[in-house]
Design a protein around this ligand. Structure first.
Ligand code: PEP
Length: 255
């Protein structure tokens, strides 16, 4: 299975900064061959990014969305609005949304249902907080988050599903998890997907690692057969560091 590497810019970059980044990324598109590359700008920069990336192999993702198609939901963005810009992927349940903005498992579930309805590929984020890890609860937390998100969907419901293991304590801290932690999480994800939907679905789901990943440490994750890519925050903000990370991942994965 190929690598999928996604840039999550969070609340960074104006439309013109996004345009400059995407222009440069597109100019260097040949270097990215063999890796599925995805850029997730803030909503306000989607149009600029979409215009530059149209017709390229670089895909466009959103960082979040609401679950309804339209209505009286001030400040929210619907799946249809995203699709209007050619968005194909959407990050759902990022830890900053769970823990800073109060998004709960039920909301995440509704967003997954909406993604499924509209043919958007979800990047479902799961991950434990530091105190949960210290108390030996990592496995239980990941299982709870996954069950709440996925239980009840029909096998084969998602054409594509990406699960990003992002320990909360590793995001934006410069303190990445170890490849062994990521491997354990990926094994847990596939075990649970197998329980829910069978072995074919378990081998089709792609698992990313995210949390202070950069060109220097991605190799340890990408070399693992269980890891299919990365969700990248800080190291995705500059084209050079993002491309260096992609190249290092590809080399480690041997693809
Ligand atoms: C993220 O935004 O999902 C992330 C993992 O951020 P960082 O790479 O900066 O830790």
């Amino acid at each position: 299975m190929g690598l999928i590497i996604a840039a999550n810019w969070k609340m960074h970059k104006s439309a013109s900064e996004a345009e400059t980044f995407c222009r440069e990324l597109r100019r260097r598109e040949k270097e990215l061959q063999g890796v599925e590359v995805l850029v997730c700008p803030p909503f306000t920069a989607l149009a600029a990014a979409a215009e530059v990336l149209a017709g390229s192999s670089i895909k466009l993702g959103a960082q979040n969305m609401f679950w309804e198609d339209k209505g009286a939901f001030t400040g929210e963005i619907s799946p249809l609005m995203l699709k209007d810009f050619g968005v194909s992927h959407v990050i759902i349940g990022h830890s900053e949304r769970r823990h800073i903005l109060g998004e709960d498992d039920a909301a995440i579930r509704r967003k997954l249902e909406a993604a499924l309805r509209h043919g958007l590929t979800p990047l479902l984020c799961i991950g434990e907080k530091e105190e949960e890890r210290d108390q030996g609860e990592t496995g239980a937390v990941l299982e709870r988050q996954l069950r709440a998100a996925l239980e009840g969907f029909e096998p084969g419901a998602f054409k594509e599903l990406v699960v990003a293991y992002e320990p909360v304590w590793a995001i934006g801290t410069g303190r990445a998890a170890s490849p062994a932690d990521a491997d354990n999480a990926a094994v847990l994800v596939r075990r649970l997907v197998e329980q829910l939907w069978g072995s074919e679905a378990a081998s089709a789901v792609r698992v990313q690692y995210g949390g202070s990943v950069n060109a220097g440490n991605i190799g340890g994750f990408a070399a693992l057969p269980s890891i299919d890519g990365a969700l990248v925050g800080g190291a995705s903000l500059e084209v050079d560091s993002f491309i260096s990370l992609i190249l290092a991942a590809r080399e480690a994965a041997g693809c």
